[in-house]
Design a protein around this ligand. Structure first.
Ligand code: CA
Length: 236
């Protein structure tokens, strides 16, 4: 499966079978990859295991309700956008949902078109936030020069290096966040993306390769630093 063609990864939490299936189908038609579950506990498990661009969360769920689920997600410092769905239409409930971490709120019965617009808006807003400052096509550090577009680099020894797509993505991510620690979680989400998590060992191997390519002393790195238990940092 080519994950890069998807418009976004959505977790759909809804206990009414018919509504869940209808929403899933319509969201898939819009190009989203949908994981759907019918209860709150299962939703929390999914959120812990996998990355999503958006969660569509029904409030009235068996056992663990949607408000509690949203609260738990936020307690884990997970900022995934949440669109809450509820049959309750009083403004007090809406306020409670928003207070507990929902980004948007839709009252049932809702118009499908409106739901799709809100989904799109929330996902795009989140992507814009994740994109941060963009750097140019050519990026130089020390005596190394990376051409993001050509996916090549010339290192300090004048050696031409062909870079893989993931190497380019990781280099770019680290460069865009220069002097800041980029967490493993963020790297996995941004570079590997979505539902297929490699082991953290994989990232380590990428960093080791970067050091081999670009560091004069790979055992005493100047550019690519590991921050134990947290992530990685690029400095120049
Ligand atoms: Ca329900």
């Amino acid at each position: 499966m080519n994950t890069e063609t998807k418009n976004g990864y959505v977790l759909l939490v809804e206990d009414e079978d018919n509504l869940r299936e209808a929403l899933k189908l319509n969201l898939e038609l819009e190009g989203y990859e949908i994981t759907s579950v019918g209860d709150g506990a299962e939703a929390l498990k999914k959120v812990n295991d996998e990355y999503y661009d958006l969660i569509i969360l029904d409030v009235m769920l068996p056992e663990l309700d949607g408000i509690t689920v949203a609260e738990n997600i936020r307690l884990q410092n997970n900022e995934v956008p949440i669109l809450m769905l509820s049959a309750k239409s009083s403004s007090a409930d809406r306020v409670l949902g928003l207070k507990k971490g929902a980004d948007d709120y839709l009252t049932k019965p809702f118009n499908l078109e409106e739901l799709l617009l809100r989904v799109k808006k929330l996902i795009n807003k989140n992507k814009r936030l994740q994109d941060k400052e963009t750097i140019g096509e050519v990026f130089e550090f020390g005596n190394n020069k990376v051409d993001f577009k050509a996916q090549t680099a010339t290192n300090y020894q004048g050696k031409l290096i062909e870079l893989s797509k993931k190497e380019i993505m990781l280099l770019k991510l680290l460069a865009e966040n220069k002097n800041e620690v980029v967490t493993r979680e963020k790297i996995l989400q941004s570079v590997w993306g979505y539902n297929v998590y490699p082991t953290t060992r994989t990232i380590d191997n990428f960093i080791l390769n970067f050091r081999k390519y670009f560091e004069e002393e790979s055992r005493n790195p100047r550019f690519f630093h590991s921050v134990r238990g947290v992530g990685y940092k690029f400095t120049d």
